[in-house]
Write a protein that binds this ligand. Structure first.
Ligand code: MSP
Length: 520
């Protein structure tokens, strides 16, 4: 086995069905994992659910369930969705897992003993009906941001984590590790918005609700979500437990993926907790933006939420994965529209990719009775241009994937597809056949199959089923589906394509699809 690679996603609040935003994070992590696997790494991907806290207590109550019953059901739903989306996680952590709860208590104790945690008083604006504290800036017109009612300034005993103590060390770490965060401007935001104005100590317990991990020896206090939630990345690997083999092997994380709203917790508090535990910090964070709708954030009350199941059932998993990864450039919010979805489905997947595969298969059948002709090893000028363009471009795509810029990577990969389609028009195999130019015809068809094979290898991490479908239809054996086999142009031998190609994506009618989106 190769070098280790550990990738994590956030653990999600199971307060409802997951939408395409949550699905995006998961697909991104899964794509990274599959890519690293293809490159021979020994990978581990962690995901899960963040099950404690007041919000969960409240939604469970509304659903007439105990919090435990509620989270048990939700965890199953989450797992079902990830199964449907073929997410290849290695472990699904639940913060109600006993080993997690016990380890969080050990960590709390450890911090307390080292003087990183102290007892003080928490002061905040409290909404009685919602039983929730807010900071002054969270209030809307001085009232509760959730229910709009009056709030009161209250104080309670609470434990704090001494963040201030570590502020300088964190800034030094940022300076010494310029690649720690992608995109880099998120780091600047942290420094300017939270560290320069003076980092505040973090209140890590509450007494106003009960659904959480109890403070050891002071059970009136419940550990408030972030210390509980963030440490999942360690506890899932067996950290501070009898069997910590996974921890020893996989920590530190190679890449941690988070959305922009939880950047602060991951780029400030998490590294500081790790420093206090004397552990190495993750190598990299990807902070992505959000998938939003034309009318703003997806929200149940607005009724504009898009669920992944709706896309998958009509367009298939791979089209859904493609679209999510294609629209989200790391540094901007991506706007989901049904028009754009159908447009990209038709143009990128059906026309560009699908037609290339289909046309090529029918030409192999028509001109060579289904067997890909041999390559004579000397490309003519047109072939040479195609070879050079493809090899250079694929290198570029590889570099983009290595930087986790999946949208750009797909965009560039599609230029190889377009270039290959253009090559059909340049070489005009039907004329070569008519004129009896066998050498050129052989070379043209060979190059088409070879380029499709190369593109399909690149598609494996993004859309594995599509890649496999292509390999099957053009008859590529498994030893030629590997990354290592990408290096040259003369590897194909006795390749037989299917007699009749099946379209890999079926074209859709825009109007009918817009109706589907309206009615479902
Ligand atoms: N439970 C915390 C995370 C704890 S991690 C130690 C949490 N959960 S969440 O369910 O609210 O959000 C999980 C992730 O989903 C976050 O990274 C968030 O940015 C992401 N997204 C939520 N809505 C999103 C979109 N509309 N688009 C993309 N990602 C979105 O925060």
């Amino acid at each position: 086995m190769g070098e280790k690679f550990y990738v994590t996603t956030p653990i999600y609040y199971p307060s409802g069905k997951f939408h395409i935003g949550t699905a995006y994070t998961e697909v991104l992590a899964d794509t990274i994992k599959r890519y690293k696997q293809l490159r021979g790494y020994d990978t581990f991907m962690l995901t899960g659910v963040d099950e404690h806290g007041q919000k969960i207590e409240t939604v469970a109550q509304k659903a007439g369930k105990t919090p435990q019953e509620y989270v048990d059901e939700m965890a199953e739903l989450a797992k079902e969705l990830w199964k449907l989306m073929d997410i290849k996680y290695d472990y699904f952590i639940r913060t109600t897992d006993k080993f997690h709860e016990q380890t969080v208590q050990k960590i709390f104790d450890y911090f307390l003993k080292n003087g990183d945690i102290y007892k003080g008083q928490y002061e905040g604006w409290y909404c009685m009906p919602c039983e929730t504290y807010f900071t002054k800036t969270q209030l809307v017109d001085g009232k509760c941001p959730d229910c709009g009612r009056e709030v009161k300034l209250l104080k309670e005993d609470a434990y704090f984590f001494n963040m201030k103590k570590y502020a300088d060390r964190l800034v030094k770490f940022y300076d010494e590790n310029p690649d720690f965060v992608e995109p880099a401007y998120r780091k600047t935001e942290m420094i300017n918005n939270f560290i320069k104005p003076g980092l505040e100590d973090l209140c890590i317990t509450r007494t106003s609700f009960d659904w959480g991990i109890k403070v050891p020896n002071d059970p009136k206090h419940v550990i408030y979500v972030w210390l509980d939630a963030l440490t999942n990345y360690l506890t899932a690997l067996g950290y501070m437990q009898d069997d910590d083999t996974l921890f020893k092997k996989y920590w530190p994380a190679d890449v941690q993926i988070v959305g922009k709203d939880i950047a602060r917790f991951h780029l400030i508090y998490w590294p500081i907790f790790l420093m206090a535990l004397d552990l190495p910090l993750p190598k990299k964070f990807i902070v992505h933006n959000w998938i939003v709708m034309k009318d703003g954030k997806m929200s149940k009350s607005v009724g504009n939420v898009v669920y992944p199941e709706k896309l998958i059932s009509r367009y298939g998993l791979d089209a859904t994965r493609y679209y999510l990864l294609r629209i989200m450039t790391v540094s901007q919010d991506a706007i989901f529209t049904p028009e754009d979805f159908v447009e990209k489905y038709n143009s990128d997947l059906c026309n560009d990719l699908g037609n290339l595969v289909n046309r090529t298969i029918s030409m192999v059948n028509k001109y060579f009775q289904g067997t890909v002709p041999k390559y004579n090893g000397t490309p003519n000028d047109v072939d040479k241009e195609l070879e050079e363009f493809t090899q250079n471009k694929l290198k570029e795509v590889e570099e983009l994937i290595e930087k986790y810029q999946m949208s750009n990577a797909l965009q560039e990969l599609w230029t190889v597809i377009s270039r290959t389609n253009k090559y059909i028009d340049e070489t005009r195999p039907w004329e070569l056949s008519k004129n009896g130019e066998t050498d050129k015809l052989q070379s043209s068809i060979y190059h088409l199959i070879e380029n499709i094979r190369k593109v399909a290898i690149y598609l494996i991490p993004f859309m594995e089923n599509t890649a496999k479908n292509i390999f099957n239809q053009i008859g590529i054996p498994s030893n030629l589906q590997t990354w290592e086999s990408l290096d040259r142009y003369d590897k194909l031998n006795s390749i037989k394509v299917v007699e009749k190609g099946e379209p890999i994506f079926m074209r859709k009618n825009m109007e009918e699809e817009l109706e589907y989106f309206k009615n479902n």
